[in-house]
Structures are given as C-alpha cells and as structure tokens.
Design a protein around this ligand. Structure first.
Ligand code: EPU
Length: 352
C-alpha cells in the first residue's frame, strides 16, 4: 500500500442520511471509503488510534441511540463483475458498498439468476453476510462463495469462506466473535448454472398465482422465471414493508424466536392458530410478527416510534423519534410477548 493514500476525516458529521431509521445523531469523525487501500490507510491512521470505530454501509440494520464518539467508516466501495465460471456455476463479485437491490437486479440483467428471492432488501452487499439476509425461502448463505475483509486492528486484508463465516439464521461470525473487528470490502456469490425456482413461500406463491407477471409460467404453465419471482417479491415487499425513504425503519426488528417442542405444545393448546415452522432439530420457529400482532401492538405508537400497521415485526420512526424511543418501544413489545407467551424476542439490528 502506498503511503500517499489520502483519507479525509470529517469532524462532527451528521449520520441522519446514513441510517435507515433516519436518527439525527452525529459522529465525532467520519471517513468516506471508496477504495480498499483507503480503508487500510484509514484504520492505520494515527488520528484513529484508540478511537472506537463504526462501519456503516446503508445503515439498514443499526439503531443509533446517540452521538458516536469515534470514527465512522462510510463504506462506499463500488464495482461488480463476473470473476470466473466453472462447469456448474458463475462466480459474481460485488464490492461492499454496492446497494444490495441494485446488485440483484444487475445479476438478472446479465442472465445470472439465483438471488431474485432477495430483491428489495435494503442495505449494501457488505452488510448482507453479517446478518445472513434472507427472505421468501432463500438465505444469502446458500449463494455465498467467499468474502474479503479488512481487519480493523491490523489493516490487513483477509479472505473468508462460508465455513469461517459460520452462517446461521440472521447470524454469522460477524455478529459474534468477529463483531466490530472487520470491514467487509467485497463478496463473491456462487450462482448455479442449473437454476431452480424457489416459489414455495406462501406470500410469494400467492402473488405469483395472482398472475400478471411476464414470464410467470412457461408455455406449459409450469414454472415461473427468475424475473417473475423478482417482480413478485418486489410487489409483496412493497405491499407489506415500509420504504425506509418514506418511513424510517430497519426491516424486521426482531428475529423469529425458536422454542423447544415442549413450550410449543403448551402454547399451541392455548393459541391453536399460532404461526409456526418445525425445524430440523425438532424445535419450532414462531412468527414473531404474529405474536406481536396478537398482543395488540400492530399500528400502536409510543411517541413517534411505532409498530408498523401492515407488519408487526417492523418498528418505524414516524418522524423525529430517537433511537432511545424506538428501544423503549421494543422493550415494551418484548415484555408483553414474554408475559403472554413466555417467549423472549431478540432484536435483529445492532443497537448502539
Ligand atoms: N403475521 C401476522 N401479523 C403480522 C405479521 C406477520 O399475523 O403483523 C403472520 C403472517 O400472517 C404470517 C407469519 O406471521 O403467517 C409470517 O409473516 P411473514 O411471512 O410476513 O414473515 P416474517 O416471519 O414476519 C420473515 C423475515 C423477513 C422476510 C419475510 C419473508 C425474519 C425476522 N423476518 O418475516 O425479513 O422478508 O420473512 O421471507 O426472519 C428482515 O429480516 O428485515 C425481513 C424483513
């Protein structure tokens, strides 16, 4: 790396445009990162020594409860390309700062299907592996090949494969041992050449069946195209999930809780219509949105923080709410769900 790489540290920088809740908080310093070498220089810069650091891509999975006394790295790394192919798959690399949805749309425009179920998820490519984004029957880890990241302590560039990333449901190494230790600069996806539609998720199947999608079925009326799935996912998400540009939010605020079979049986006796998904290990995943809805929280507000009126799993900023207000609302929801169902809800976004 050349010593002449310049990095501008901006003092007193507003983060309002850098978090999808739209919280009006300030960073002591911020630094825009457009290239990997700038990032390596920034983390080694003496001005950053000893300062807490926060990495922000789209800011779509974070609750900023106050000003950040440290250095915020604004990851704007751009670029996407097919890096190689073998007999079975294409390998596509995208830089960490690429907006996720635009990247997915681009893969389809290049005739490379496989990510269509993950259309319209807010945030950046670099954020996708951290919580292993998932929707409508697909998790990112199923298409993941490897990633590159810069280690904050050393400024070194490392490459990690799927095993090292330890993906789980909305979970990875980067939420546990790797937390606050790396900046993901590029992700490579493996898109199989033999493409199979994933159209079984109830909302998606319903939307596809409702029809009107170009290429939603082949002439024999059998299977939808990747583009039809993409369009249907976009339609379902637009109908249910608020656009962060219009109503601040961070997607699902809670993970769907997984409970043991015993607790589930007790619950099912009391609440026969509880929405549940049996897991391979015999435990049962519950729809947190249903639990919250059943507690009467859908559409309710505490100040300017509210539970979204069309999807109870999403907390929103109706305008001017602080991170602390959203957290207070989240805690009230958690208390009610625990009291009524004996189930603990875990927040999905990182709360700072
Ligand atoms: N439900 C209600 N009331 C509500 C919300 C949901 O009764 O207010 C019921 C629904 O009727 C359905 C069930 O709960 O029977 C599940 O709802 P939905 O299909 O909307 O999915 P979800 O479990 O609430 C998960 C992901 C979403 C993802 C969707 C679709 C988590 C935490 N959330 O939501 O991911 O888009 O499935 O795959 O796993 C995100 O992570 O930010 C996110 C939006």
């Amino acid at each position: 790396m050349s010593e002449s790489v310049s990095t501008a540290f901006i003092a007193g920088y507003s983060l309002k445009a850098h978090n999808t809740f739209g919280f009006d908080v300030c960073a002591q310093f911020a630094c825009r990162i457009e290239r990997e070498d700038q990032l390596m220089a920034a983390v080694r810069d003496p001005r950053a020594a000893g300062l807490p650091r926060l990495v922000l891509g789209g800011g779509s999975n974070v609750v900023l409860t106050g000003d950040f006394a440290g250095l915020v790295l604004l990851v704007g790394l751009q670029g996407r390309r097919v890096v190689r192919e073998d007999a079975d798959a294409w390998y596509v690399e995208a830089a960490g700062g690429e907006p996720w949805h635009e990247f997915v749309a681009w893969t389809l425009s290049q005739g490379l299907p496989g990510l269509e179920n993950l259309a319209l998820i807010p945030g950046t490519v670099g954020a996708a592996p951290i919580q292993n984004i998932g929707a409508y029957g697909l998790e990112m880890c199923e298409r993941f090949a490897s990633l590159r990241a810069v280690e904050l302590a050393t400024g070194d560039l490392v490459e990690l494969d799927a095993e090292a990333c330890q993906f789980g449901y909305r979970d990875s190494f980067f939420k546990r041992e790797g937390r606050d230790r790396f900046v993901i600069t590029a992700v490579t996806f493996r898109l199989p050449k033999v493409w199979q539609p994933r159209a079984g998720y109830a909302d998606l199947a319903r939307e596809l069946a409702a029809g009107g999608y170009v290429g939603s079925a082949d002439p024999a009326g059998q299977q939808p195209t990747a583009q039809a799935i993409f369009d249907a996912v976009v339609a379902v998400r637009r109908a249910k999930l608020p656009d962060p540009l219009q109503l601040g939010n961070a997607g699902s605020f809670f993970k769907n809780p997984v409970v043991d079979a015993g607790l589930f049986e007790t619950l099912k006796l009391r609440e026969p219509d509880v929405v549940s998904y049996l897991q391979q290990d015999g435990r049962v995943k519950l729809a947190a949105g249903w639990l919250i809805d059943r507690c009467g929280w859908k559409g309710r507000a505490m100040g300017a923080a509210a539970v979204h009126e069309r999807q109870a799993l999403v907390l929103v900023n109706r305008g001017g709410a602080s991170g602390a207000e959203v957290l207070a609302l989240a805690q009230a929801v958690q208390r009610d769900v625990l009291t009524r169902f004996g189930v603990e809800l875990e927040a999905e976004p990182v709360c700072l």
